[in-house]
Design a binder for this molecule. Structure first.
Ligand SMILES: NC(=O)c1ccc[n+]([C@@H]2O[C@H](COP(=O)([O-])OP(=O)(O)OC[C@H]3O[C@@H](n4cnc5c(N)ncnc54)[C@H](O)[C@@H]3O)[C@@H](O)[C@H]2O)c1
Ligand SMILES: N[C@@H](CCO)C(=O)O
Length: 366
């Protein structure tokens, strides 16, 4: 009789149980039995943290019941959280950062240095300060722990890994052009003048397409971050300040708190109606386009001819066209839904499975 295969145990901590984080928790719970049965991978959820509280699985439910839940949620101390997830001998630890927080990204180098893997759709580390990004890379090199961030560009689409594979196999990136915002794609696909632009923004927010602060999408900064991530992946040390960004956010709304901004959204209706009228007068459509090439990086709204390839996307479709030395006559194109909690959570989950795969977990049908 063959001995039963011992499962690989991976301890998981989730930071940010918001729209993406909650979808990730659901997906993990649903897939866990099959992964254990067929891939001998045991995923153990050890801890969850939001911006104020954290839950650790050592907290005693019966005791919590007696003391009114006082133990269930502890004040959040992220390094204690990480140490708890990593403190189970003989198994690996992975933290899923599902926040949009710079202060969480500040911890990555320390966690990676301590051998804790990180998977994330949060763009702050990969597009933020270059010194921090280099420190993260050094920490990962030193310990062998990995940071994966496929969900940062194109949500669940294979964009980062596709570029990584091109570069690792000796190709050279010449240019990237595309529509990299699911929110702006959805807004411009829907914006026909029949409803105010502000109502559509509220709907996109409710559907979970926007950033926690929709100004990140409307200002073009979210797309600028994605361009920076792709440039760095291709070996170009680009920073956010190098990207020419045209914002749609009226200046008077820039300094407001997030809730006040949502209240003040109708201030965008008249300028956006004027933009739509201009596009129609020119016989074109509005699209949000990003470009990176030798001449620089830029992000903004353009009026495109109705026959343009970017004019035909649907819903939140992203389009990413990689022109490379190999793909120079005809660009390599990745296209499909580019926002939404479920598809983004799937990218985080895939990154987690990539970590497990590198530790020997079987991920094929052979
Ligand atoms: N929604 C999408 O379609 C999508 C697609 C790709 C990438 N992303 C990225 O996924 C991330 C999450 O997006 P979301 O839509 O789920 O946002 P969300 O606002 O619904 O959730 C964010 C969560 O992070 C928590 N949080 C914030 N600061 C924290 C801190 N310092 N410590 C611990 N927790 C903290 C909040 O409490 C909340 O639970 C963002 O980085 C976003 O850019 C989202
Ligand atoms: N808010 C982002 C989510 C995906 O990064 C978008 O709309 O593209």
């Amino acid at each position: 009789m063959r001995a039963a295969v011992q499962p690989l145990v991976v301890n998981v901590g989730v930071i940010g149980p918001g729209k993406v984080g909650a979808a990730f928790l659901r997906q993990m719970q649903q897939a866990a039995p099959r992964l254990l049965r067929e891939c001998h991978l045991e995923l153990r959820l050890r801890a969850v943290s939001d911006s104020r509280h954290m839950w650790l699985d050592c907290d005693d439910e019966a005791l919590n019941g007696r003391v009114g839940g006082a133990q269930t949620w502890r004040p959040v101390v992220l390094d204690e959280f990480a140490a708890y997830v990593a403190g189970h001998h003989g198994s690996a630890a992975v933290l899923a950062d599902c926040t949009a927080s710079d202060s969480v990204a500040d911890h990555y180098a320390g966690w990676l240095g301590a051998g804790i893997h990180v998977v994330t759709p949060n763009k702050r580390a990969a597009s933020g300060c270059l010194d921090r990004w280099k420190a993260i890379a050094r920490a990962s090199d030193a310990s062998g722990a990995r940071l994966h961030y496929e969900g940062t560009v194109g949500a669940g689409l294979p964009v980062v890994q596709t570029l990584r594979d091109l570069i690792d196999t000796g190709d050279e990136l010449l240019a990237v052009e595309g529509m990299l915002s699911g929110t702006l794609a959805w807004l411009f696909n829907r914006f026909d003048g029949s409803r105010p632009f502000s109502a559509l923004v509220r709907e996109a927010h409710a559907l979970g397409y926007t950033e926690p602060d929709p100004r990140d999408d409307l200002s073009g900064m979210d797309v600028a971050r994605k361009l920076v991530i792709l440039a760095r992946e291709a070996g170009v040390g680009l920073s956010l300040g190098d990207v020419a960004v045209e914002s749609l956010v009226p200046r008077e709304l820039e300094g407001l708190g997030r809730d006040d901004f949502m209240e003040a959204l109708p201030a965008m209706d008249a300028p956006m109606a004027a933009l739509l009228a201009r596009a129609r007068a020119e016989g074109g459509v509005l699209r949000h386009v990003a470009r990176l090439d030798n001449a620089g990086a830029s992000v903004g709204v353009q009026v495109l001819d109705g026959g343009h390839a970017f004019a035909h996307g649907q819903l939140t479709d992203n389009v990413v066209r990689f022109a490379t030395r190999r793909y120079c006559d005809n660009a390599l194109v990745v296209q499909g839904p580019g926002a939404g909690p479920e598809v983004t959570a799937a990218a985080v989950f895939t990154d987690l499975l990539r970590v497990a795969g590198a530790m020997g977990v079987k991920r094929c049908a052979c």
